[in-house]
Design a protein around this ligand. Structure first.
Ligand code: SF4
Length: 388
C-alpha cells in the first residue's frame, strides 16, 4: 500500500486539472477531486490519497493506452460502462485512459480499425493495458470466435505479449462464464487458462460493476501497481466481502424472515431471498454497497427482488441452479449492521452507515444510498400490514 500523507484540500492546485476540465465534459474540478477521493476510499486507501489519484489522472502523459478485445460475450460488459452518468463515466473513462481499440466503441471499422490497433500496440509495446471481455473458445483450434481473420485465441496471445497489465472484464473473460457452462460446445475458458505467464486482474460479474474497473485502472495510473488481489485475481477492495454481509435484507435473514414464493407477502415486504435460491451467502462482491447504473437505491438484483445468482463466483454463477440453496459460509451476524429488533424509526446507526460507506467511498454516494435505503425500509415496515 502506498505510504505518505497528502493533505486533502479542495483549493489545492491539482496538476493541470484546470486545463483538464474541458476534456471531462464539464466535470468541475471540485467534483473530480471528490470523485477521486471516493475512488481512494473504495480502494481501501486513505481518502487523502485522492489528491494523488487526481494528479495522476489529470496528467495526460499518464494516460495508459488500452487495447480492449472482445471474445464470446454478450457485449453487456461494455454496455455497463456506458450506462453510468454521475459523474459522466463514459466521458471520464475516455479521458483518463487512451482507449485505442474496442470493437464495440471503435469509430473506425474493418481494416482501418485493425491497422490502428496494430500501430497502437507497436507504439506502446510493453506499456499498454490489455482488457478483455468474453470467453476464449479452444475447441477445434478456436474457430468459434474469429475477428479480422484471426481466432480470438491468436488475438489474445498476440496482445498479451506486449501488455504491461491485463484485466478481464466480466465473468466470461475471468473464468469462462455462461459460454463455458453445461456441455460447453466451443470449449470456452477464461483468459487465465490461455495466458499463464502474466498476472491477470479479474473483474467478474454479469455485468461487472464499472466502478470496480475504473478504480483498478486509476490505481494503476496513480501508483503504477495493481491493487491487492485475492486468490482468484479479484481486487480485494471490491470482492473482499460476501454479498450476504452487506445486503440490505440481511436483518430479515438474521430474524428468520424469508420470502417463500415470488410475489408472496414476504417477497413484497422485502424479506430475505435465501429460500428462493439467493447465492449471496457464498458470493463475494460489493454489489449491495455500490449498486448499478449510478442510480444507487437498490439497483442490484436483490434490491429489485431477484435472488443473487452468484455471477461473480466461479462454481456458483451459471453453475448452481437458482432453486438450489446457497452454501452458508458464515452464519454469524455481521458486526456493523442494525439489529432487526431495534426500535422502529431509528434505522441504521451512524456507525453502521459509516462502516459500510467506508468500504465503498463517499463520492459514489454509497453511504447516502444505504442510509436512505435503510430509512425507507423502516418506513415500509411501519406501514406494512399482513396480506397487503
Ligand atoms: S440470502 Fe441473499 S437476500 Fe438474504 S440476506 Fe443474504 S444476500 Fe441478502
Amino acid at each position: 500500500m502506498p505510504d505518505g500523507h497528502v493533505e486533502l484540500n479542495a483549493e489545492q492546485p491539482i496538476g493541470d486539472l484546470d486545463s483538464y476540465e474541458g476534456a471531462l465534459g464539464g466535470l468541475k474540478r471540485r467534483d473530480f477531486l471528490q470523485y477521486c477521493t471516493g475512488v481512494a476510499a473504495a480502494l481501501g486507501l486513505s481518502p487523502a490519497l485522492g489528491v494523488r489519484i487526481a494528479n495522476a489522472a489529470a496528467a495526460s502523459a499518464n494516460r495508459p493506452a488500452v487495447i480492449w478485445l472482445s471474445g464470446q460475450a454478450c457485449t453487456g460488459c461494455v454496455e455497463t460502462l456506458l450506462r453510468t452518468s454521475h459523474p459522466s463515466l463514459e466521458t471520464l473513462i475516455l479521458s483518463q485512459i487512451s482507449l485505442e481499440y474496442c470493437e464495440t466503441l471503435n469509430a473506425g471499422c474493418g481494416h482501418q480499425a485493425e491497422t490502428w490497433k496494430t500501430a497502437a500496440m507497436r507504439e506502446n509495446w510493453g506499456k499498454y493495458v490489455m482488457v478483455t471481455d468474453g470467453a476464449v473458445p479452444l475447441k477445434d483450434n478456436g474457430v468459434y470466435c474469429k475477428v479480422a481473420g484471426k481466432t480470438y485465441l491468436e488475438q489474445v496471445k498476440e496482445c498479451a505479449a506486449g501488455a504491461a497489465a491485463i484485466l478481464t472484464m466480466g465473468s466470461c473473460a475471468s473464468w469462462g462464464g455462461w459460454p463455458s457452462t453445461g456441455v460447453n460446445p466451443t470449449g470456452a475458458v477464461g483468459l487465465g487458462e490461455v495466458i499463464t505467464d502474466k498476472p491477470i486482474v479479474t473483474i467478474p460479474g454479469c455485468p461487472p460493476n464499472p466502478y470496480n474497473f475504473l478504480s483498478t485502472v486509476l490505481h494503476f495510473v496513480a501508483f503504477g501497481t495493481l491493487p491487492a488481489l485475492d486468490d482468484k485475481g479479484r481486487p480485494k477492495f471490491a470482492y473482499g466481502r460476501l454479498i450476504h454481509e452487506n445486503c440490505e435484507r440481511r436483518p430479515h435473514f438474521d430474524a428468520g424472515r424469508f420470502a417463500m414464493e415470488f410475489g408472496d407477502y414476504g417477497h413484497r415486504q422485502g424479506y430475505c431471498l435465501f429460500k428462493l435460491g439467493c447465492k449471496g451467502p457464498e458470493t463475494y462482491a460489493n454489489c449491495p454497497a455500490v449498486g448499478f447504473n449510478d442510480v444507487g437505491q437498490g439497483t442490484w438484483p436483490v434490491g429489485t427482488g431477484h435472488p443473487c445468482f452468484g455471477c461473480t463466483e466461479e462454481g456458483v454463477g451459471f453453475t448452481k441452479s437458482i432453486h438450489e440453496l446457497a452454501t452458508l459460509k458464515s452464519v454469524a451476524p455481521p458486526n456493523h449492521y442494525p439489529d432487526v429488533a431495534a426500535a422502529k424509526g431509528t434505522g441504521a446507526s451512524p456507525g453502521a452507515v459509516a462502516a459500510v460507506a467506508g468500504i465503498t467511498g463517499a463520492a459514489i454516494g454509497a453511504g447516502a444510498v444505504i442510509a436512505s435505503r435503510l430509512g425507507r425500509q423502516d418506513r415500509r415496515d411501519d406501514s406494512a400490514t399482513p396480506g397487503a
